[in-house]
Design a protein around this ligand. Structure first.
Ligand code: NAD
Length: 247
């Protein structure tokens, strides 16, 4: 019997990168997976189905609270329960110093990288509270802990995800629901696709392990935190960063 047999997992931003790896790994462990994204995630569903798993795609813009509510409702409608949620959808946003950062860019990154986590958690917790069990993993970053020049919105949003996670964890700790943040360093995903090669080399050099991370390496941590193996872990920030924050 697989670890997550009979369980249901919801992953946002699951059409690409880290979210896709998380969706695939939940499925490998036997969970039914709701693959959600703003873009088409049907290919991920097909990959899961071809491997003998169960998955559905539901398109949702996590910056819209109504769509987050519908996403959770649809997950329950289709699969009957919600055991795990990985609130992963996110964007890189503008690259500008604070004085030059646009007001629109600020609003956008707060909507997609921070407000979305509140919206999704609100409705996920509503469902999990009824069940009396559940585990949520929010996608933070090393930039949940330190700054980086020219990404004030991203850094602020990712820092705030940690506080939101800690607060919700306290509220539901005694009710069988655990909530944690994972903090990847730079992971080789489409999010980094527009980087010139010098910038990429520079990023690699910032990781003591000497390379960028892989989406699968982040997914392994999400799976562990979701599982009962992490039954005493809640409100935590777990880095998966090749030694980045140890420097
Ligand atoms: P990615 O671009 O490969 O995937 C992100 C997915 O989110 C895409 O499929 C995109 O369509 C989706 N998305 C974007 N806006 C959305 C919206 N409004 N509603 C629903 N879906 C939306 O990027 P990734 O690298 O896999 O990033 C996933 C998460 O990991 C993000 O939260 C990102 O901040 C975080 N992260 C990434 C890195 C990295 O180096 N790649 C490092 C630390 C944290």
């Amino acid at each position: 019997e697989k670890l997550f047999q009979g369980k249901t997992a919801l992953v946002t931003g699951a059409a690409s990168g880290i979210g896709k790896a998380v969706a695939l790994l939940y499925s490998q462990y036997g969970a039914q997976v709701m693959v959600s994204d703003l873009s088409d995630g049907q290919a991920v569903v097909e990959e899961i189905t071809a491997a003998g798993g169960t998955a559905q795609f539901y398109q949702a813009d996590v910056a819209d609270p109504r769509q987050c509510q519908q996403l959770v409702q649809e997950t329950i409608n289709r699969f009957g329960r919600l055991d795990f949620a990985c609130n992963n959808a996110g964007i890189g946003g503008e690259l500008n110093a604070t004085a030059d950062y646009s007001l629109e860019g600020w609003q956008k990154i707060m909507d997609v990288n921070l407000n979305s986590v509140f919206y999704c958690m609100k409705y996920e917790l509503e469902a999990m509270r009824v069940q009396g069990s559940g585990s949520i993993v929010n996608m933070g970053s090393i930039l949940s802990q330190v700054g980086t020049a020219h990404s004030p919105g991203y850094v602020a949003a990712k820092h705030a995800v940690v506080g939101l996670t800690q607060t919700a964890a306290l509220e539901y700790a005694s009710k069988g629901i655990r909530i944690n943040t994972v903090g990847p360093a730079y992971i080789d995903t489409p999010l980094l696709k527009n980087l010139p090669s010098e910038a990429r080399q520079m990023l690699i050099g910032m990781h003591p392990i000497g390379r960028l991370g892989r989406s699968e390496e982040v997914a392994e941590l999400v799976i562990w935190l979701s599982s009962d193996k992490a039954s005493f872990v809640t409100g935590a920030y777990y880095p998966v960063d090749g030694g980045y924050l140890a420097q």
